[in-house]
Write a protein that binds this ligand. Structure first.
Ligand SMILES: *Cc1c(COP(=O)(O)O)cnc(C)c1O
Length: 381
């Protein structure tokens, strides 16, 4: 099955009872048993739910994995992965990662005895020297937020594989339409399905997709034993969002390119971060491991001028000032004060995350309307 067919058909069968074409929302906590232990494969809804099953089968197919487990949020999914580790184990992560992922590693798991190191993996050789005999998991985010750094997944997996260390890739930014890390050697993929998979900014959801049965069984065990499961309505919404994933990501990517080009030529914009530009660091790797460059664009007005950034943010009409990304609507944000406010300024500035940096999650609206919106807002500075 090709991707565009998978999004619609994988894991989804007409309801056996009624023939309903769309997966029903099985809003039930328990299931009648014919005799103790004699049932139809469903006992209790933390453990199994048919709406969730359909979504998990669909997600496994999209990422070419053995199996998927879905969770109440992206961070709940990450929590399940980290709970497969034990005290004394070590994680090595990319240094430019989602703030909530960093916070979870540092504040929740560090005190449980799991050590962590955050390194620049844009040069995969940095990983080789960071690995210790206790390293059990490599955590990779690519492209990153908001600098859109690119990490070579295949090169990282090769180095980790030599030592038998598992690799998990947070594939939230790319979506499986543009990037399938399991095909590049990764063992696990994490999604904040809140973003592109759901695609309509109306639900918070997460998933882990495993390449191997043994990892899948471990995650499934934590899913049931810790219990951070999603409700059936949320599973339904993600499944529904996924049906148009390819169309949405295609259009968002086209719009993002046009907007990145507009911004690059604009006299008031100093720098544009967009992996589709040939001079973007990591462009060649992105070209090799992704099937497109996605809908995220960041740009810098220069001189660390926060006031100018605030003027632009305040003036857009279609680009809504909000956190999150990956929805049909375009969003605009100021990473220094919003998503990355907790990172010390000196640390931020080192990676180019200035006070004049603006991040866009480009939606699927008419691109001329979007460019017009940015053009008018830039006139304010
Ligand atoms: C949003 C996000 C997360 C966290 O997911 P939630 O669904 O908000 O819990 C993790 N990683 C990335 C890259 C994200 O953008």
């Amino acid at each position: 099955m090709k991707f565009e067919t998978k999004v619609i058909h994988a894991g989804v069968e007409p309801d056996p009872l009624t023939g309903a074409v769309m997966t029903p929302i099985y809003q039930t906590s328990t299931y009648k048993q014919d005799a103790p232990g004699v049932h139809k494969g469903y006992e209790y809804a933390r453990t199994q739910n048919p709406t969730r099953d359909a979504l998990e089968k669909n997600l496994a197919a999209l990422e070419n994995g053995y199996g998927a487990s879905s969770f109440a949020s992206g961070l709940a999914a990450m929590d399940a992965i980290l709970k497969t580790l034990k005290s004394g184990d070590e994680i090595i992560s990319t240094n430019d990662l989602y703030g909530g992922s960093y916070r979870q590693i540092k504040t929740i798991f560090e005190k449980l005895g799991i050590k962590s190191a955050f390194i620049d993996m844009t040069d995969p050789e940095n990983l080789r020297s960071a690995i210790t005999e206790n390293t059990r998991l490599i955590w990779v985010e690519t492209p990153t937020n908001p600098m859109l750094q690119i990490v070579d997944i295949e090169a990282i997996c090769k180095i980790a594989g030599e030592k038998g260390i598992k690799v998990c890739v947070d594939n939230t930014f790319a979506s499986p339409y543009l990037q399938t890390p399991l095909d590049l050697g990764a063992d696990m993929v994490l999604h904040s399905a809140t973003k592109y998979l759901g695609g309509h900014s109306d639900v918070v959801h997460g998933a882990v997709i495993c390449k191997h049965e043994e990892d899948y069984e471990k995650i499934k065990f934590v899913q049931n034993a810790s219990g951070a499961v999603p409700g059936p309505m949320d599973c339904f919404l993600i499944l529904r969002g996924i049906k148009t994933l390819h169309l949405r990501v295609q259009r968002a990517s086209e719009n993002a390119r046009a907007i990145a080009e507009f911004l690059r030529d604009h006299p008031k914009v100093e720098k544009v971060y967009y992996p589709g530009f040939e001079d973007h660091p990591g462009h060649d790797i992105a070209k090799k491991q992704m099937r497109g460059f996605g809908g995220m664009v960041s740009f810098d007005l220069g001189n660390n001028n926060e006031e100018a950034a605030m003027k632009v943010l305040a003036a857009t009409h279609y680009f809504l000032l909000a956190e999150s990304l990956g929805g049909v609507e375009s969003l605009i944000g100021h990473p220094a004060s919003m998503t990355h406010g907790s990172i010390p300024k000196e640390e931020r500035l080192k990676t180019g995350l200035t006070d004049s940096l603006i991040r866009l999650s480009v939606g699927i609206e008419n691109v001329e309307d979007l460019i017009g919106d940015l053009s008018r807002s830039l006139e304010n500075i």
